[in-house]
Write a protein that binds this ligand. Structure first.
Ligand SMILES: [Zn+2]
Ligand SMILES: [Zn+2]
Length: 52
């Protein structure tokens, strides 16, 4: 199953960060390395939390 970056929607392969949503603590947020460096905003799919 493909893991998609929560910010840009790109499929992440090796270097990515994965953490629980700070808003609801349920949804798993995945960010690719470029979005992490650029601090692109992400949005939680279940609670709508937006973070840097
Ligand atoms: Zn990304
Ligand atoms: Zn959430």
């Amino acid at each position: 199953m493909a893991k998609l970056c929560a910010s840009c929607g790109t499929e992440v392969l090796e270097k990515y960060s994965q953490f629980k949503c700070p808003g609801c603590g349920k949804e798993t947020i995945i960010r690719c390395s470029s979005c992490r460096i650029l601090t692109t905003k992400y949005k939680c799919g279940s609670c709508g939390f937006v973070g840097p």
